[in-house]
Design a protein around this ligand. Sequence first.
Ligand code: KMH
Ligand code: ZN
Length: 287
Amino acid sequence: MTGTLISVAPTGAESAKADVPALPCTLDELVSTAKACQAAGAGLIHVHIRDDDAQPTLDVGRLTASVEAIREATDVVVQVSSGGAVTDSYDDRLRVLDANPDGASLTCGTVNFGADVFMNPWDLIERLFLAMREREIVPEFELFDLGHVTTMRRLLDKHGAPFGGHVHADLVMGVPGGMPGTIQALTAAVQALPEGATWSATGVGRTTIPVMLAALAGNGHLRVGMEDTLTFAPGRPVRDNAELVERAATLAHLAQRPPLTPDEAREMLGIKDRRPRNQTATRTGAR
Ligand code: KMH
Ligand code: ZN
């Protein structure tokens, strides 16, 4: 049994700021969220950004500034979304790697996404994987369905290990159109992962808590955040991302698998340390 990596996905591309005022959309909101979440136990942040009108964007200049600002203010692993929004072009999704993140998400198949379709054809998956390896960016394989596990394995069989040499997957469960957030689906997906892979899980909406408890019991890691969960308890909106991280950290402690520090997360995932040297020296070992 190891400690628990707690990843936070604070923003996503689907919720509107007008409906969810606590959603971090500006650079300041994103950086203060990253700081608060690190203090609460997060080791990694999964970044989607918004434009001045709080609409999802993949603008590379803006994304680069966000990656740099989070890196400057915290020690968390900075992972950008290569999934973007369902409306984003493949070229724009490839260009997010220019923001020089530590890691990037890599969804391993197309999936119905509510009334939309999140498109991830094989050719795009290969291009993202190879571009990440060339740039020494560690992928996190986003798996929304059991078939995505098969596609990830096919990718690894064809192209070999990702940068860093380690395979880490995130099971995104409970999306309308993807695998359900049940212990049966979780078990099937985990059993299909390659030997030596680590995994985290996140349950969308009402599946948040059962998926979190099942993941802890199964030696998995946790992803939480307002990208996936907007209701803390029935009838009670989430106050902010930090309270979701705090809850995950409390459960991880109860499971006797306390949160990994950002440096422990880096080591487990095989992340190249891009922090400026003085930052690494002053913050090593610090949460
Ligand atoms: N916003 C979803 C369409 C990812 O970040 O890589 C895709 C998504 C996955 O959130
Ligand atoms: Zn995302």
